[in-house]
Design a protein around this ligand. Structure first.
Ligand code: IMP
Length: 429
């Protein structure tokens, strides 16, 4: 029996959905613990592509139970749409295999209006949020004015909480953000039916995880976004509003740290970022365009073009320390085929100093130039490789060099979107 966390080491979009889908085979429960429908996880099974934003990537396995922990912020309308979409494609989703924590906070219509309104008011200085109301929802959670699933399924409580908070939200939207507003009747009309649909799915996730662990089952914790979008450890303020690091799997799911056995860090073989914020190895040239095109680097949630650049091991080492990584899952190695020379950032030059640790201030980070090491590339197509030995020597050397620089073993290598395009060199369970 073991419990494994999968998190992103870079700025998200490392391919967690695919690897979670593959690892879910070994687990009984798959648990989301933070973020919301700002995430977008793509899974390809038998050539069919599935994108989930809220429902854990384990849902494609008929015998798995997917849990949405207390640390997730949930837009109930999106959750219902996702359930219906999956059902429409023949995937069974029911109260036995999809459960939401009664303590998870609800994204409300005013959260989305505030998210959009703030970005508009900020103009050029906007963060480039996904516009899903994530930040404003976490903000209400922290100021103890949030509305949770346990409130949604108690009509009186829901109405009470809504009427307490709505006046202030309306004032802020109208007077400060000069935005449209939404009235109480419209929210009740939309949200009360959600309560009826979702009630059978609401339960105590912490207890369910604990029971599964006691029964000897494996549990897989699925992170969203990436370490450098973490509210504390990322490139603040160009971050999301939750802790994306592995430590938050415990808080966001309701289990103790002693229950965790392994932490797998997702590393894309190059780096991408969506939204604004510093990105030292960004390539604004034809190599960047090539990675973007070959890697189909468009956000699964917003469809935005992702910024692309070389692999940055200052970033990945930072993540190895912050998350206590026990292994790496490297994705999209196939996208690097055909480049004569590959570069890996090993340090940053900042004025007269060489930095080997990721700097805490974004002002400093913006002034950093990457120090690169060059490795020879390869021309072969990797997408059919089944074993590490099938990879060309230069691709194997690239992987080994990353292991050395990050001081963490590469346990999984992905060479394409399909389940079968995955080499598990060491099983994290
Ligand atoms: P928010 O999470 O919508 O508030 O957006 C804050 C920042 O995090 C923006 O730069 C987003 O582009 C970024 N972000 C949020 N979720 C993801 C994700 O799943 N992948 C990559 N970037 C994300």
């Amino acid at each position: 029996m073991s419990n494994v966390i999968v998190i992103g080491t870079q700025w998200g979009d490392e391919g967690k959905g695919k690897v979670v889908d593959v690892l879910a085979e070994k687990a009984r429960l798959v648990v989301r613990f933070q973020g919301g429908n700002n995430a977008g996880h793509t899974m390809v099974v038998d050539g069919e592509s599935f994108i989930s934003h809220l429902i854990p990537s384990g849902i494609l396995h008929p015998d798995k139970v997917c849990l949405i922990g207390n640390g997730v912020v949930v837009d109930p309308g999106v959750l219902i749409q996702e359930i219906e979409h999956l059902r429409g494609r023949g995937i069974s989703v029911n109260p036995d295999n999809l459960i939401v924590s009664e303590n998870a906070h609800l994204i409300m219509p005013y959260h989305k209006l505030i998210d959009h309104g703030r970005e508009r008011v900020k103009g050029d200085k906007k963060l480039g949020t996904t516009g899903r109301g994530i930040g404003p929802c976490y903000e209400d959670k922290a100021t103890r004015r949030g509305i949770r699933f346990c409130d949604l399924i108690d009509e009186e409580m829901f109405k009470d909480k809504l009427s307490c908070i709505l006046g202030e939200k309306t004032f802020y939207l109208k007077e400060f953000l000069k935005s449209e507003t939404i009235d109480e009747a419209a929210i009740l009309e939309e949200y009360l039916p959600y309560a009826e649909t979702l009630r059978p799915h609401v339960a105590n996730v912490s207890v369910l995880i604990s029971e599964a662990i006691k029964a000897g089952h494996n549990v897989l914790f699925e992170g969203a976004q990436g370490t450098h979008l973490d509210i504390d450890h990322g490139t603040y303020p160009y971050v999301t509003s939750s802790n994306t690091v592995a430590g938050n799997a415990c808080c966001g799911a309701g289990i103790g740290p002693t229950r965790i056995d392994a932490v797998v860090g997702m590393v894309k073989a190059y780096t991408t970022r969506v939204g604004a914020g510093p990105f030292p190895t960004e390539l604004e040239d034809e190599i960047g365009d090539r990675l973007q095109e070959k890697g189909a680097e468009f956000g699964a949630t917003t469809g935005r073009r992702r910024r692309c650049g070389w692999l940055d091991t200052v970033v990945v080492r930072n993540a190895a320390r912050l998350n206590g990584l026990t292994g790496i899952a490297m994705t999209k190695l196939d996208v690097l085929s055909g480049l004569d020379t590959l570069k890996i950032a090993t340090a940053y030059q900042y004025k007269n100093d060489t930095l080997t640790e990721f700097p805490p201030s974004i002002k400093m980070l913006e002034g950093c130039e990457p120090v690169y090491e060059e490795l020879p590339g390869w021309t072969e197509d990797l997408t059919q490789a089944k074993h590490f030995e099938d990879l060309p020597e230069n691709a194997r050397n690239y992987v080994k060099r990353v292991e050395e620089l990050v001081e963490t073993p590469v346990q999984i290598i992905s060479v394409g979107p399909g389940r079968q395009q995955t080499m598990v060199l060491q099983d994290p369970f």
